[in-house]
Design a binder for this molecule. Structure first.
Ligand SMILES: [Zn+2]
Length: 146
């Protein structure tokens, strides 16, 4: 979400947050349709919001050598770095999947999100529907070498 001055009413900040979340989910759903998931048939889409207000999206890309599969979240983040890096600050991440099942970012993606967004908010489908967590809730001991 773009930086908002403190004197902006909470209701306005909340509306901005909702609008940003909606845009992120829409971008994630659009990218999900491009997923290359012939092995799992589990299509995932993700979108990130950067500190300069840009949205980058990604999908999962599987491989015949299963371990080479790349998650939607990392595809989105790596695309952002490729487009405007190496500096990148992630404010929020949205993840969605075609099956409509609970699906938070995997451990690898949590560390990559933390690298570029230690204060990021992550939106995903939890056990009880739409969920929202800070990356530090999802990855309490994330680390950065810089
Ligand atoms: Zn992942």
């Amino acid at each position: 979400m773009p930086t908002v001055k403190k004197d902006v009413p909470a209701s306005t900040r909340e509306r901005l947050a909702r609008a940003a979340r909606k845009r992120l989910h829409a971008a994630a759903r659009k990218a999900m349709k491009n997923a290359y998931a012939p092995f799992s048939n589990f299509q995932v889409g993700a979108a990130i919001l950067t500190a300069d207000g840009k949205i980058f999206s990604g999908c999962n890309v599987e491989n015949s050598s299963y371990g080479m599969t790349n998650c939607a979240e990392r595809t989105a983040i790596f695309s952002a770095v490729a487009a405007g890096g190496p500096r990148l600050e992630i404010l929020a991440v949205a993840v969605t999947n075609a099956q409509g099942v609970p699906c938070s970012p995997c451990g690898a993606c949590r560390q990559v999100i933390y690298e570029f967004g230690p204060d990021a908010i992550v939106f995903y489908q939890g056990q009880d529907g739409d969920a929202e967590s800070s990356i530090t809730e999802l990855l309490p001991e994330g680390f950065r070498l810089r």
